[in-house]
Structure formats: structure tokens, C-alpha cells
Design a protein around this ligand. Structure first.
Ligand code: DX5
Ligand code: ZN
Length: 218
């Protein structure tokens, strides 16, 4: 497993000041940007033009999480817009292998996300096409939801399937990750941690990034 990475989500940051909000998390490894289309999830955020502007406004690499229909059509454009990692939902993808290859061809890391009720086993053979798997630990759509403990066995099983490939595939968890829950995720095998409200509701977001990193390593 690689080193533990903390990826704050700006979903619960101040959308009118995102440049300044990203400057508050200088010790993060990535900035997680949640793209929502009001169809795949019942919420709407922003598209590739915003991602392009965000990538010009920070030194940190952008980790784009696409909660959208038809990622086959749209996902490679987020790599073109400057995202260094692009995650599509397998529930929405028509041809996930082709899509992962197209994202990699744009020079970004290719990642596949699963909602809490989507099993990993049917997709085990796809793992070598991927740089990361994102396991949702809440139903996607909103920040500030409670972590679903029922996802822990899937984190464990996914880590085992990744180990069998022999590849360096990262395992990201997203939703309800906090000082209370990050240790359980790390223990189950996650190594990349998205945290939205935990970071942006803290008085000092950068200190929270460090605290989360320490709590994951314990
Ligand atoms: C939710 C998003 C998450 C969200 C996490 O659908 O994918 O990235 O920002 O927020 P918290 O950490 O508050 O659950
Ligand atoms: Zn997300």
C-alpha cells in the first residue's frame, strides 16, 4: 500500500471563494472536486469550465469525482480540463474499460466509483485498467452525511482483490470520513481519504488535514 493521502472535498467550502478555500488546505495531497449533474444524484454543482478554473487556481492536483450520467461522453473532458485523476461511477458507465483507457490516454489517473449498494466482485477483472477505486461510504449527493459502517466489509474485500492484481491501485473512501471514522477505513484497507465537512467545518482546515493523516496512520 502507498502512503496515506488526504483529499479534502470543496463541496462544503464557500463556492464564492474557492481559490481562497483551496489555499486553506496547503498540506493536502489532492483537492477533491464533486461534479454533480442533478440526474445521477439529486444535486447540482459545476462542470468542466469550473474545473479548468480551479486547476489554474491551486498548485494541488485535482481529483474529479463525477456523479453524472453518461460519463462515457463527458469524463475524458475533465482530464483535458486539468484534473489529474478522474473518477466515473460504474453504475452510469456504458463501457468502463474503454472509458478508463480514454481517461489514461488524456494523461490522468483513471478511477471507478461504487455507490454503497454496488458490489465490487462483478468488476474485479477491471481492476488492472484502473489507478484507483472510490468506495462511497454515504449515498452520493451531499456532504455532511453519516458514515455507513455497512461499507467496511466491502473496503476489506476490495483491498484483497487489489492485492491479488499485484498492482499499485489506490483505494479511496468518500463520505462521512472524520477523526471518528478514518481509523476504521484505514484499518479495512483504504489509503486515500476524502473529507469534506470534517475539513471545512474545522476552524483550521489545514490542521484538520494533518490530524486526519495522523488518525489514519494510527
Ligand atoms: C458526496 C461527495 C463527497 C462529499 C463528502 O456525494 O462525493 O465528496 O463532499 O462530504 P463529507 O466528508 O462531509 O461526507
Ligand atoms: Zn466525492
Amino acid at each position: 500500500m502507498g502512503h496515506l493521502q488526504i483529499t479534502p472535498s470543496i463541496l462544503n467550502a464557500d463556492f464564492a471563494s474557492l481559490g481562497a478555500e483551496m489555499a486553506r488546505i496547503g498540506s493536502a495531497d489532492w483537492v477533491h472536486v464533486d461534479v454533480m449533474d442533478n440526474h445521477f444524484v439529486p444535486n447540482l454543482t459545476f462542470g468542466p469550465t469550473m474545473v479548468e478554473a480551479l486547476s489554474r487556481s491551486t498548485e494541488l492536483p485535482l481529483d474529479a469525482h463525477l456523479m453524472i450520467e453518461d460519463p462515457d461522453r463527458w469524463a475524458p473532458g475533465y482530464a483535458e480540463a486539468g484534473a489529474r485523476s478522474v473518477t466515473f461511477h460504474v453504475e452510469a458507465a456504458k463501457a468502463p474499460v474503454r472509458l478508463a483507457r480514454e481517461i489514461r490516454a488524456q494523461g490522468a489517473r483513471a478511477s471507478m466509483a461504487l455507490k454503497p449498494a454496488t458490489p465490487i466482485e462483478p468488476y474485479a477483472d477491471l481492476l488492472p485498467e484502473l489507478d484507483m477505486v472510490l468506495l462511497m461510504t454515504v449515498e452520493p449527493g451531499f456532504g455532511g452525511q453519516k458514515f455507513l459502517d455497512l461499507c467496511l466489509p466491502k473496503i476489506r474485500r476490495t483491498r484483497e482483490l487489489i492485492a491479488r492484481t499485484g498492482g499499485d491501485i489506490w483505494l479511496q473512501v468518500d463520505g462521512g470520513v472524520s477523526l471518528d471514522t478514518i481509523g476504521r477505513c484505514a484499518e479495512a484497507g483504504a489509503d486515500v481519504f476524502v473529507a469534506g465537512s470534517a475539513v471545512y467545518s474545522a476552524d483550521d482546515p489545514d490542521a484538520m488535514v494533518t490530524a486526519l493523516r495522523e488518525a489514519a496512520a494510527r
